[in-house]
Design a protein around this ligand. Sequence first.
Ligand code: M6R
Length: 352
Amino acid sequence: GKSGYDHYMLKEIHEQPKAIRQCLRERVTELDSTVVVEELADLELSEPVQFVACGTSYHAAMFGAELLRERGIPAQTFLASEFGTDRVPIDESSLVVGVTQSGETADTMRALREANSVGATTLALTNTVGSSAARECDHVMYIRAGPEIGVAATKTFASQQVALAMLSSVLSAESSPAFVERLRALPDQIQQVLDESDARAVAETYEDSDAYFFIGRGFNESVALEGALKMKEITYKHAEGFAAGELKHGPLALVTDRTPVFALVTSERDAAKTLGNVQEVKARDAPVIAVTDVPEKVSEYADHVLEVPSAGPRFTPVLANIQLQLVSYWVANRLGRSIDKPRNLAKSVTVE
Ligand code: M6R
């Protein structure tokens, strides 16, 4: 059941601390500064690492690839529907990682089968034990989020992000007490976001807007894309996410006083640049909602601040995403949408 929540989506948003604890269990411990993923004991790194996925899982894959590149491992992401051995150079020395919550997505399955057919090593990162992806691939890592009923992926996205962070540590054979500590702190930090979020008030302020924009750079780019996908999927409103630096290359023409812009500005390397982008949209009178762990740096330019705790440059974006999930949920709720089963969509897309 929905355990007292109006929708599975809201229940699953609130299950994220538990989902992350399950994902981390026995893989990181307080005794050790290493990450141990038992099921990946025999996995060997081959470069570049190629991710294939669709939708929300693709956004998680972008995050994972960025984490690997940061560790010096070349990594690329492909939409599964755009991946093919005729288009992407892969052979028996390649590692192809399919990120798929259900483990049944047709596009992702086809990509993994093609990768296997040329002898590549394949890894499935999935939530579903015994799924087609788990059976197809040479290796499987479970994200252990528990069943997700809402069509909109929420807790499984957070679990994918955390599982990919662990994968980046395993593949680079590099870890540190600080990295493990960051991971172990996440469930409580997510709980804090859930307990203190002002997302509902922000949603009520902007529920009548016809379009929403989401901007972020670095680790926040994938979160901006995910924020927009969630918004369109459950509210049926136009939403667009992009790398903050792309604003002035086109999208800025759409920005008016009627287009709220959600700006992900966390304590990252290039936060100052994103702040510059925030000023650009403010100059066009757009309402700005900053999602940030550094409110003192952004409040001057923002109409609203959705604050999150600091979790370092890699993981603060994971927390920022929780705020965006809540904003979309509350906009859709106010509009009376069919939140758990949006029109035209299925939980698992089994046709190409
Ligand atoms: O089961 P998968 O992770 O392979 O599903 C991929 C997409 O269909 C899925 O993430 C979709 O984008 C979500 N409904 C978005 O919330």
